[in-house]
Write a protein that binds this ligand. Structure first.
Ligand code: PEP
Ligand code: MG
Length: 592
């Protein structure tokens, strides 16, 4: 039966494929396709891991002291029963043999199928056995992890098994795109998708500018977040369509609906190809105002896509992604230095703005940090506050950035400042880092130092900031969050997250004006910069530097090429003074 689920549109495009449900805690389990020749070996791996666990449990059963509580023995019996259950074993075999999933993936896929059946049971005792099943699967996974025979396919794309004829596979086999469905995914989890088999993803939680959504954009795969119940309503292997443009998921679509979406997919492809022609066109308005289009990146290798769309520099390198998913082991100076140099190198002489680490809130370094997070993490020890709380960690990063500046043009950007004291402390630490490099004889280069304006207090005191900094960069994602008191990662209040709220526009406009008056450069690097529906308004407010995901640059350039800033200036002032800017912008966009 066809039904649809509504969420938030975060990463554009249409994806069609089979659902792969993964519990959020198991997203890091390896997902890759094996070749037909590897089926036997993979089945043996699971069988062996399962036997090891049976062995373990038997030993536990035998070593139970006579006076141990009867529940303990009963529990071990249940675990043994689950392990020997035919449904688990045969299901795993099917995923491996028919879908060519690796052992770990097959195991957790079958876990989701059986767990769903437990969930649907009327008997509460049986329902609770789901927890036992999960424990048993965890044990098997542990054995698989330690297996020296593990194949190293992690990162292999959704490719056909070599040597197999397409017609042998058929539509139902592995030549079908896969869409990941999870309750929650952290930004670090998502990073793994850069080279994964999935062509789209859906999460129950998350807001439009949550960092998970931001990484989804950079992956350039269709995604819907904040769908609330998707992971409960969609079943393993369901056929689904993601419409990333409007934030809708269609489950079990009829052939007519599928055809319609295939058509839309082709149209989107044609539109994209048309946009690529703008790649080498300079970004100038009709009245010949030059606009700088920069890219936001998470990893040094993202510079390839930045160059690919003609970005004239990196406006925001979110360096914290180098720090994530490493079980608290932070990258040392050499490792960071190499990563920053790789980004500088990748940009062939164009400037790279490296933002110092911004972790906390919805960007935890690892699961432990997520679990420890305070009640109000967005207002807690985040970004520069975290760096200032650990000066040695911060100095390590500053030295690495300064050293990379000897290889090319590097700007240093500081996130989430609000107080003059923090600014002074930060600038003093930059000086200390330089002295340390002098003392050790390391070469470093000159950097311009800028501040992110993402707390209302900072926007209001932009003039004070300009006394200290060479440039400002407006982080509208956080600026909106903090101005409107809306957690950007919370789908329940996503409808109140409004870039066009008069207060937000006023803060953005005043920051731009303050920079103009001081003769210093300013850019917007939040998601507002990459929204083509807002390009004209930002131009009208005087913005001439936009930083966004590479995937958005050409659509924004198209808007710039058609804009006249003389006219836009007058209109933007009217929008700024209106009590309903959204309506004015909508009408304007409809009329253009
Ligand atoms: C912002 O807040 O707008 C920004 C660009 O930084 P981040 O999204 O990483 O918080
Ligand atoms: Mg921010």
């Amino acid at each position: 039966m066809t039904f649809s689920i509504h969420g938030l549109a975060v990463a554009r495009g249409i994806a069609m494929g089979r659902a792969v449900l993964v519990a959020s805690s198991r997203v890091d389990v390896a997902h890759y396709f094996i070749t037909p020749e590897e089926i036997e070996r993979e089945l043996e791996r699971v069988a062996h891991a399962r036997e090891c666990v049976i062995d373990e449990i038997q030993k536990l059963q035998h070593s139970l002291p006579k006076d141990s509580p009867p529940e303990l023995a009963a529990l071990l019996d249940v675990h043994m029963m689950l392990l020997q259950d035919e449904m688990l074993a045969s299901g795993i075999n099917t995923w491996v043999k028919e879908r060519f999933y690796n052992a770990e993936w097959a195991l957790i896929s079958q876990l989701e199928v059986v767990a769903r059946q437990f969930d649907e049971m009327d008997d509460s005792y049986l329902r609770e056995r789901k927890g036992d099943l999960e424990q048993v699967v965890e044990r098997i996974l542990r054995h698989l992890k330690g297996d020296p025979n593990v194949l190293h396919h992690k990162g292999q794309k959704n490719s056909k098994p070599q040597g197999l004829q397409q017609d042998l596979l058929g539509e139902d086999q592995m030549d079908v795109p896969l869409i990941l469905v999870a309750h929650d995914l952290s930004p670090a989890d998502l990073l793994q998708f850069k080279e994964s088999v999935f062509t789209g993803f859906i999460t129950d939680v998350g807001g439009k500018t949550s960092h998970t959504a931001i990484v989804a954009k950079s992956l350039d795969i269709p995604a819907v977040v904040g769908s609330r119940t998707a992971s409960q309503l969609i079943r393993q292997d369901d056929w689904i369509i993601i419409d990333g443009d409007v934030g809708v998921v269609i489950v079990d679509p009829s052939p007519i609906i599928s055809d319609e979406y295939r058509f839309k997919q082709r149209q989107a492809q044609v539109a994209r190809e048309r946009l690529t022609r703008l790649r080498h066109r300079p970004a100038s308005t009709l009245d010949e105002e030059r606009v700088e289009l920069l890219a936001n990146i998470e990893m040094p290798e993202d510079t390839k896509s930045a160059i690919g769309v003609g970005a004239v520099g990196i406006g925001l390198f979110r360096s914290e992604f180098l720090f994530m998913g490493r079980d608290g082991q932070l990258p040392d100076e050499e490792e960071q230095y190499k990563a920053y140099c790789a980004a500088v190198d990748g940009m062939n002489g164009l400037p790279v703005t490296i933002r110092t680490v911004d972790v906390g809130a919805d960007k935890s370094l690892d699961r432990a940090m997520k679990d420890e997070a305070h009640l109000n993490p967005a207002l807690g020890l985040r970004a520069i506050r975290w760096s200032l709380a650990d000066p040695n960690m911060f100095l390590t990063q500053l030295r690495a950035i300064l050293r990379s500046a000897s290889m090319g043009k590097v700007n240093l950007l500081i996130p989430m400042l609000a107080h003059a004291k923090e600014i002074e402390q930060t600038l003093a630490l930059i000086q200390t880092a330089k002295h340390q490099l002098d003392a050790t004889g390391h070469v470093y280069g000159p950097v311009k130092v800028g501040a992110m304006i993402e707390i209302p207090a900072a926007a209001i005191s932009a003039k004070m900031f300009l006394k200290y900094f060479d440039f400002l960069s407006i982080g509208t994602n956080d600026l909106i969050q903090y101005t409107l008191a809306i957690d950007r990662a919370d789908e329940q209040v996503a409808h109140l997250y409004d870039p066009l709220h008069p207060a937000v526009l006023r803060l953005v406009a005043d920051t731009i004006s303050a920079c103009d008056e001081a003769g210093k450069s300013v850019s917007v690097c939040g998601e507002m910069a990459g929204d083509p529906l807002l390009t004209r308004l930002l131009l009208g407010l005087g913005l001439r530097s936009f930083s966004m995901h590479p995937t958005q640059i050409l659509s924004v350039k198209q808007e710039i090429l058609r804009a006249d800033t003389q006219q836009l200036r007058v209109w933007a002032q009217q929008v700024l003074n209106s009590s309903d800017p959204s309506e004015m912008v909508e009408l304007y966009n409809q009329a253009k």
